[in-house]
Ligand binder design. Sequence first.
Ligand SMILES: [Zn+2]
Length: 355
Amino acid sequence: MLQNEIQKHMNDTKEILTKKGIIKNVFDYQGLDTELINIYQHFEKKFQELCQSYADAFHLDNCVFYISNNNSCNAFAAKIENHNIIAITNGYPVLIKDKFDDKFFSNSLFIAFINEKSISEAYCDLHEDQYFKFSEFVLNCSVKYTFSHEFRHILQFNSFDIFKDFLYAENLDKNSFDMKKHAWEFDADRMASFEVIKYTFRIYRNLKNRDNEKLKCMFYIALASIVITKNLFYFGVIDQITQDYTINKQDFYTKRFSHPHPLVRIHNMVEHSYNNIKHDFPELEIDFQQLLNNVLGISRLYFNNLIPGQNAMQNYFEDASRFADDINEYNGELYDFAIKDKSIKRLLKKRGIKL
Ligand SMILES: [Zn+2]
């Protein structure tokens, strides 16, 4: 389907489902400022295209995307009366675009200094490449991550033949804990981070000048995008619209609430991505410590710009080291649970993918 056909098809489906009462609270952005309309159109188009291309690739019918009326930053996946629904709130485009503004990445090139000569030169080459824009790439990776995570929930809902409605939202529900839900989040994060790796390689292939070092740098930046996205939630600043952010860190936990703790999730995705890169790109000779130093280094430079003077990443470093054993252990437990889960097991088998 052509781009405008996809949009028309999605918008028609959205309208029908709204009339049927399956989709509620659709956000109407017509009538807002031109700047806002542009932002909403941009994100809606992006998500609609992703939704259609994934639906085609996984042979799933009845997929629809919409923006729901809610000012906080959230995304969700639902299966209602056999319709596969992915949504973001109207807070999401504005808050995410704001957080990934160019100005917060102004000194991201400093990351080059912590590396050996060949890598630092690759960062500089990337910086000078007119076909590569750092902040835009980080934003696209973040969107790709969020979308793929939600789409994995759709696949999980569809992987067994129970005709039941589901809804998984991404904001933290503090009233519920369910090991199965945590395992589904763990699995969705793994697919999403893998999709970001694949996306990164596609962008890399379109560059004019390519070499292994550059690809390595791009993987570091892509993973930093996921880590930054998760940390925005971890530090409690994602929904804040003021420029004077107040850090309100999420205390560490394991078997509590609707989603695993951001530190657990970040560790899972960094480790999974490292294993995937090592397996799929052996020529890069990727080193775990180097990857971690770069990913966290980019994240630190970003947060020092976003929240000046508060050393936000110190929270991360302290808790990640204090709870290192618990994080490892819990991820191991989630892995064991996930590979025994019926829905995940069927998905993995169908695609021949290792979790
Ligand atoms: Zn989720």
